[in-house]
Ligand binder design. Sequence first.
Ligand code: NAD
Length: 491
Amino acid sequence: QAPLRVPITLPNGLTYEQPTGLFINGEFVASKQNKTFDVINPSTEEKITTVYRAMDDDVDTAVAAAKKAFETKWSIVEPEVRARALFNLADLVEKNQETLAAIESMDNGKSLFCSRGDVALVSKYLRSCGGWADKLNGNVIDTGKDYFTYSIKEPLGVCGQIIPWNFPLLMWSWKIGPALATGNTVVLKPAETTPLSALFASQLCQEAGIPAGVVNILPGSGRVVGERLSAHPDVKKIAFTGSTATGRHIMKVAADTVKKVTLELGGKSPNIVFADADLDKAVKNIAFGIFFNSGEVCCAGSRIYIQDTVYEEVLTKLKEYTETLKVGDPFNEDVFQGAQTSDKQLHKILDYVNVAKSEGARLVTGGERQGDKGYFVKPTIFADVKEDMKIVKDEVFGPIVTVSKFSTVDEVIAMANDSQYGLAAGIHTNDINKAVNVSNRVKAGTVWVNTYNDFHQNVPFGGFGQSGIGREMGDAALSNYTQVKSVRIAI
Ligand code: NAD
């Protein structure tokens, strides 16, 4: 039998105890069938530890615990209790920020620079959710003097939450924060490649005063745990972040029990540079737009459009700037871009490099693996692409960007909107009228002007088109976790 906790020395020398069991009803436990899987460090390709693998029967136990906790504890307490617990949790994340950031860099491969940013947003977001918890008021509705009519917002019940590997802890917070604030309980499945930070954070939930059964964490595969959660009759909502293909499938499975479904899916977001922009600033923003978090970002600005009069100038600057970005050991403080998260991702990305070359795209820089140990890819730029190429259409989810030329606003809007996705868009210009006009016309859930990948805990985030359903963060996230009840009393 594998241990339920293991001592780990992080690559930067910090030591901590990593829980390795399933977190069910306030305890770390072995899976009933005693199944396990290994967790790999993508920078070294070495095993970090072994974690228990949840199966169908563990899902059923966790859902039952979450249902009981919903009915007997979390949905019936005064909202102020939930607020206080979320504030405590935010404080504990802050207190453990260096450990959490290092766990994330070890498990996911992202640079410390990225994981520290993630952890900072996690605590801000949990605090923001705590602030909402006791302000979810309903309405009194005037329906005439013969009635007293009001509506209130009620929680949904047990929420199944399935998250990806690119922002493991951040997605944990985006999922549990609004669910807990509104009185729901959760069974959350981290991605198989990155379960460590969510398990570590489960202990913080307990320490914060969140009762047993309110948060349950089940590492395991999508095909087993994800499917069971999506089909389970006692799970009232599925919140999913990941690929569009898996999101589509989950929606179909969830249809049988008419679950509420929110999806945060893929993207192929356009990042537009107009000739009147501050070009040096724009170059930094478009590079950050794609190479941040090793390009493993659903809203990555993976299609760059540069106005023809400055095309060569911006492309040259972008190449020069990109080549200064340091790639390598995520624990090296100078490193901007760490490892890709898995062997599978590394090969997917390298395959797309070959696709782009065979389609006739011009390789400007990168286009290869860095070193032969660890899943490192050099930041890659393909220029002079055609809009119907696969490299322009498909989400690569890595540090690869395409660059095309445009001349007019109408032309670039047509190019930007020619995608099944609609998660984000970037506009770089010093003309406020153009910024607003293009923002209005571009089909995207988030538009960044003279910035990119710039998240804020109170700003809703989510997709148009096949990029998803529902919004995360801000007040929009809370309505994903409540249902309205209207009460009409005849007097
Ligand atoms: P995925 O969508 O298959 O995995 C995301 C999560 O869904 C994981 O927790 C996984 O275990 C779970 N899952 C998988 N199959 C499931 C099923 N049948 N039922 C329920 N849950 C299931 O993504 P992936 O295979 O890890 O990556 C493939 C591609 O997806 C990436 O290359 C990238 O393009 C995209 N992706 C997008 C995001 C995003 O944030 N939008 C995140 C990760 C991956």
